[in-house]
Design a protein around this ligand. Sequence first.
Ligand SMILES: [Zn+2]
Ligand SMILES: [Zn+2]
Length: 547
Amino acid sequence: MGQQENNEEINLPFEKLSLLFGGGVGAFGRNLSLFIFNNFRLWIDAGVGFPHQQHPGLEKTIPSMALINKFAPDVIILTHGHEDHIGAVTFLAPFLKKGTPVYLTSFTLELLKVRFREKSIDINYFNIHIVSDLLKIEAGPFQVQFFDIPHSIPQSLALGITIDKLNIKMFYTGDFRLPEEPGNKKYKFADFGPVDFLFCDSTGAMSKGINTSEKKIKENLESVIKNWPGRVFFTTFSSQIERIQHLYEVAKHLHRPLGILGKSLRTHIQAAYNAEKFSVAASDIFNPSPSNQKSIWIVAGCQGESNSALYRMANESNFKFTVSSQDMLIYSASIIPGNSEPVFDILNKLIKKGVYIYGPDDAHLTMHTSGHGKSADVLKMIDIMKPKTLCPIHGDPLHFQSMSDLSRSVTGLNCTILNENYIYTLNDKQISKLNEFTDSAQYYEAGSVHNDYSLYVHRNNMATDGVCNVVIDQKKMQLIEIQYLAVIDENRLNKSKHDLKKEIERHIEKIKIPRVNEKKLIQKITRLNVYYLQKKPFVNLQWINLD
Ligand SMILES: [Zn+2]
Ligand SMILES: [Zn+2]
């Protein structure tokens, strides 16, 4: 809690521009950037982070309460509707000022409305402003101009931010790609440059080359589907509306009926229709008969999410189709790091059932293009904005280093690497560290938010080494029983159990007051377990009263 107190003492220089993060820099996900000047706080995005394998049971991470308590926003801008940019808004809303202005596009608002409805929160808790390309607003001392920028979800925004008082100009790309286009396309945001600072999406910087356009993917889709005589299943991210629209057009063109499998797909299609970004309402897409061999089905669950339609299709649980060699699945997505195992499990199961899989990456016709600009896109952005200072955002240290190497080797410009544990100050030339800010995330699972990271350490420990339950009579300070659960095979355990018990008894007897030295006792028992069993089970002390 010491760190929390330190955070309480932070006073930011009123006359300087400060910058800090609730996530998104140095760890993927949980995007939240916070600019502060003259005590006015401008938040950009409020997203969730995603769990890694070492966090069993964790569903998502959320920006910290310390950040909210100390730096509640005067204005929030949401760049686009992906989960890692808006997913935390509903969790944070009850702690934010009623009537806080929120600027966003109409499609992002449609998605936010769905979340607010699910949590029974009134969207009018915030003061909502719908924005569009080239609109300029005054947000306290900040002048912000919105620019449409291509990404893998409709209506994504980049931000041109000016602070007249400080003579500072910044461009914040949000998530973006600049795919191959015929001719030399001039982007409207090009007129905003040159800038002092460029905050640039680094997620795709590690990949060579340039992104394929959605138009090309559509052509590829049509040529593959045209030649397949049986049913076609197609999976992609639910937010990938442009591609889903293209598939809808391909199906129409080939006179093949289209169906949707998955709630998240319906939600996104309906939201896109409401924002005039999809040509037909989800409710008007009727599912054809499963036995129709000409049918095309969009299936949710491209990341292997358990219980998704794709998962059920592979595991034959509660799924209305029996799949066979008449079926093809087009995998039109990238596999997010950490999801390879469940995705490959699904694809392998489907192949065993005879389904032909097109994709993920190795097919001769590309079926997916990333929402994040590759190296050529990043270099194009640097060339357009000509920044004095370049800061990678939206990535892990590895993404940041890749962008830094790329920029240095091609343009001679070094990157300034940012970290979510610091507060920075900016003048018109550079960024410097002002103070430490420990921003430990919050954790969400099973319907509620908590702060106890040790839960995941213990769960990992139990998963690999089992549990050692030690029952102690706290009046007599005597060992009653020691039980091992899923630790090691019975034979080996029985050989050591007698000696182990004796040693543990000795240590318990040494303790005069029950529970006072609990932590030390757990450490001792852990060391004994390692010595006798070569295992480090989670030690659970159970104090009981035997009268
Ligand atoms: Zn995104
Ligand atoms: Zn993102």
